[in-house]
Design a protein around this ligand. Structure first.
Ligand code: SAM
Length: 339
C-alpha cells in the first residue's frame, strides 16, 4: 500500500488507524505527494489489508528524521505557519477517535494542527487531514498573505460540482463545515446526496457528521447559477492556471467550484486554480480538503481584540432553534437580508 514512488523528503505514518477504508484513503493521500505510507498497526488493520506496510514503535520513535505529529492537540502550532520540513521527517496522523498516541506526541519535534473555525465537528477525516498537512508541510511554497480581521465578509460561495461518490461527498461536506462554511451548494447530477436510497443516504450523512454539523446543503445543478457579476474560480488538479495557494480564493462575489473529475463543464469566463501535487490526483475528499484549507487560510481568523464589524441592516435574535425535515431548505436568520 505504500506505493512505488518513494521520496526521501518525508513519510506518512498512520498511528492506530482502525478503519480499513480510511487506511486506503491515507495511502492515497501519500501517493498524491509521492511519499511512502506505513502504519503503526495497533488496531488489527493488517487482518483486513494484508499488503499493509507497518512500522513498529521502536522504528517509529527511533527513526532518523524528526517526528511531526499532526493533531489538534493543545498548544499545537498552525500548519499554515509550520515552515518547510527537514528531509526524512515522519508525518504522523492518528486514530479516528483517540488521535495520536501520547508516546508520539511526547517524542514529536513539532505538533501541528489545522485550524478549524467551524461551529460543529472540529476535526477532519484522518486522510483529509493528512493530505492538508502534506500540502502545507511539503509543497505550498510562496503563499498569498492571509486576510484578517474580517474573514466572514470575504468567505466565498462553495459549489461541489458533480461528486461521484456519496461518502466522498459527505466527507467533503464535513470538511466544509469544519472550515467554517454554513452553506454549501452541491451540483448533484450523479445523485449521491439528494433523494438517495436510505442506506446510501445514511452513509453519506454519517461521513458528513450531519447530526453534529449545522450545514445548509443547497441543490445546485441546472437550477442554480452563480449570482450575476460573480467571479468563478474552478479548483482542480489538471487545469491550466496558477497554483491554488497563489490564487485569490476569497472576496465578496467569489464562487469556488471544486469539480469531481470532468463531469462539470466550466462556464465561459471562469478562472482556474491548479491544485498541483507531485504524485497522483487523489480522491475527492482529499482534493476538497486542500482547497477548503487554502481558502480558510486566505480568509484568516479574526485578530484577537479586533473590533467586530458594525451590524448593517436588520438584526435578529439568536434564540431560535432551527430544525428542518431532511433535504428541505433551511433559511438561517442572517440569510433573510438577501430576500
Ligand atoms: C478524527 S481525528 C481524531 C479525533 C480527535 N483526537 C478528537 O479531537 O476527537 C483523526 C486524526 O485526524 C487528524 N486530524 C483531524 N483533524 C485535524 C486537525 N484539525 N488538525 C490536525 N490533525 C487533524 C489527526 O491526526 C487525528 O489524530
Amino acid at each position: 500500500m505504500g506505493g512505488t514512488v518513494v521520496s526521501p523528503r518525508a513519510r506518512l505514518v498512520g498511528d492506530g488507524v482502525e478503519n480499513p477504508a480510511n487506511a486506503e484513503a491515507l495511502a492515497e493521500a501519500a501517493r498524491m505527494f509521492a511519499v511512502p505510507c506505513s502504519f503503526r498497526d495497533s488496531r488489527g488493520l493488517a487482518e483486513h489489508l494484508p499488503e499493509l506496510s507497518t512500522v513498529d514503535t521502536a522504528a517509529l520513535l527511533g527513526g532518523a528524521g524528526p517526528l511531526i505529529a499532526v493533531d489538534n492537540a493543545p498548544r499545537a502550532e498552525s500548519v499554515y505557519r509550520a515552515g518547510t520540513l527537514h528531509s526524512g521527517a515522519s508525518i504522523v496522523v492518528g486514530n479516528e477517535r483517540r488521535g495520536i498516541r501520547p508516546d508520539v506526541l511526547r517524542a514529536a519535534a513539532k505538533t501541528v494542527q489545522i485550524p478549524m473555525p467551524g461551529r460543529g465537528v472540529n476535526t477532519l477525516n484522518v486522510a483529509t487531514a493528512a493530505a492538508v498537512a502534506l500540502y502545507y508541510l511539503l509543497d505550498a511554497h510562496g503563499r498569498r498573505q492571509a486576510r484578517a480581521p474580517r474573514p466572514e465578509s470575504h468567505r466565498p460561495t462553495l459549489l461541489l460540482a458533480v461528486p461521484r461518490d456519496h461518502v466522498e461527498a459527505g466527507s467533503s461536506l464535513r470538511s466544509a463545515a469544519a472550515f467554517g462554511w454554513q452553506t454549501v451548494v452541491v451540483d448533484d447530477r450523479e445523485k449521491v446526496w439528494f433523494g438517495t436510497p436510505r442506506p446510501v443516504r445514511n452513509e453519506a450523512r454519517a461521513a458528513a457528521r450531519s447530526h453534529r454539523n449545522p450545514l445548509h446543503v443547497v441543490p445546485g445543478g441546472d437550477a442554480w447559477s452563480s449570482p450575476p457579476g460573480s467571479r468563478v474560480v474552478v479548483c482542480a488538479p489538471d487545469v491550466d492556471g496558477p497554483p491554488l495557494h497563489r490564487t485569490e480564493l476569497t472576496g465578496p462575489g467569489t464562487v469556488l467550484v471544486i469539480p469531481d473529475g470532468d463531469g462539470w463543464e466550466p462556464r465561459p469566463g471562469a478562472e482556474f486554480a491548479r491544485v498541483a501535487v507531485p504524485g497522483a490526483a487523489g480522491r475527492y475528499r482529499l482534493l476538497t480538503g486542500i482547497v477548503l484549507a487554502e481558502a480558510a487560510r486566505q480568509l484568516g481568523t479574526r485578530t484577537a481584540g479586533a473590533p467586530r464589524p458594525p451590524r448593517r441592516g436588520m438584526s435578529y435574535g439568536s434564540g431560535l432553534d432551527l430544525t428542518a425535515p431532511p433535504d428541505t431548505d433551511l433559511v438561517q436568520p442572517w440569510e433573510l437580508t438577501h430576500y
